[in-house]
Ligand binder design. Sequence first.
Ligand code: ATP
Ligand code: MG
Length: 576
Amino acid sequence: MIRYSEYLMPTSKETPSDAEVVSHRLMLRAGLIRKVASGIYNYLPAGLRVLRKVERIIREEMDRAGAQEVLMPAVIPAELWKESGRWEAYGKELLRFRDRADREFCLGPTHEEVITDLVRREIHSYRQLPLNLYQIQDKFRDEIRPRFGLMRGREFFMKDAYSFDVDEESAAVTYRKMYDAYGRIFRRMGLEFRAVEADTGAIGGSSSHEFMVIADSGEDAVVSCERCEYSANVEKAECPPDGSERPSSPSPGTPRKVSTPGKRTIEEVSSFLGIAPGLLLKTLLFETDKGDVAVVLSGSHEVNETKVKNHLGADWVKLAGEERVRELTGAPSGYAGPVGLSVRVLADHSVRGIACGATGANEKDAHLVDVVPGRDFQPEAYADLRLVEEGDRCPRCPGPLRFSRGIEVGHVFRLGTKYSKSLSATYLDAGGKERMIVMGCYGIGVGRTAAAAIEQHHDPDGIQWPVSIAPFEVCVLPVTMKNAALVKEAERVAEDLSGKGIEVLFDDRDERPGIKFKDADLVGIPLRVTFGEKNYEAGYAEIRDRKKGETVRVGISAIADRVCAELDLKRKECAP
Ligand code: ATP
Ligand code: MG
């Protein structure tokens, strides 16, 4: 049992001015965290209790899934990062420094290099695989914009797991196990989440999922089907052909050039020519490591650069600047079109729905009308290259897609042989042949998850912790410290509960009842047992449910049993 009078939980009524999201405000106001520097925090006792509970749930489920806990250093020698190629590629988020002997190091933002180095030294045979190792450790990322408190810090706790398998098939089984473990973890924390398909970049396949806690303050847009389980992030969400493709027997004829002085944007051209935006063949030029490419799509859609990049198998793509557009089309930007263009042309599926459209004439102040795709220009391929839109049809069923906001709390990723190749982590198979180890990596942000829980569970009075991650389960609150008999009885009940293994905060501060009630609500303790003077004289106390806002009057001798029963119900709400 913790006595509040001796406990460092400095609550405050003031709304901190620099905290934009509710979880950040409430963590500060409830005395859970204090800022040391941008994105760097002290965790106060009650805040640390929450984080430890989050960690405990993660640990239990990682262990259950067969992963083994290790602990790697925060300080990593540069050589390992140079070997993987990430010393150059990672950019400014990687905090680099030198020791007294002028050797280069970094603070680990993630640990693929260190773990792969360990595994290549210790694992030699297929008999030692599969292997899954995890740690819960302090990470450092020099984020451009640290914000929202623990949501996007620079120094933060992360659970990172890394799996090692003999082949892709076995790696898929491991991936599924971790995916399932993640579901259990977030359900046990009482969170409403979606596992969304995420882009895997060069590695390919649908082998990455982000676990998103649904919350309006989320930084990520999540696309989900209203009818089925399909969920994806915006970059990844598929836009298959919608069935409006035309038959491929285009009419004879040629496009007609029209004058469009100063009309460059879709809106301007559309209203000037009196042609719906959906019938404009919007043409965007990209520079890429695979050369220049023109992407054509219906004017009512937006291009998805990630899809363009993946379609090309490119490392990078970027929209061509004004000057490059002039070189490639002979016209200022706003007048590009695929007819007669001498760069590769890719068309989005939406182009197939345009029997006869309008597009730029690759000439200043001119557009072409009566343009027929397939007749007047021949795209190298029709592909899914656009951004999903709300109301689009689900790629898996006829249901409509909806957008919501999400906080990415976890990420599971099949890495293939990316790191085993660059760091040469191999094993000998049953036939004595040397093979690459197939890897996966799996992260969860500990502090971010706690913050996300607050985003989902709060009201104007404060936090409403799910019982599994609350700093305390019960607050026992005598309304006055002046009535010795009442205080003694309240203390006896608090000790009784504590003896039953329940985590009790005993609010023995000599404060007005209003202040004590407000603090219990602010800190978000799921149950409060109040000893008021009148009730006490009559042999009663009150149990208040923080989330439901309901109060029941219970005989003092029955309090402990009733609290245990209520907590059991709450624990069931956090069942895996
Ligand atoms: P984001 O897109 O939000 O920057 P990320 O893709 O960089 O996340 P990962 O590298 O997959 O994140 O890290 C694994 C997990 O670590 C994330 O799912 C998130 O919960 C947590 N995390 C990442 N960056 C931060 C941060 N700056 N502060 C707190 N938690 C973080
Ligand atoms: Mg990041």
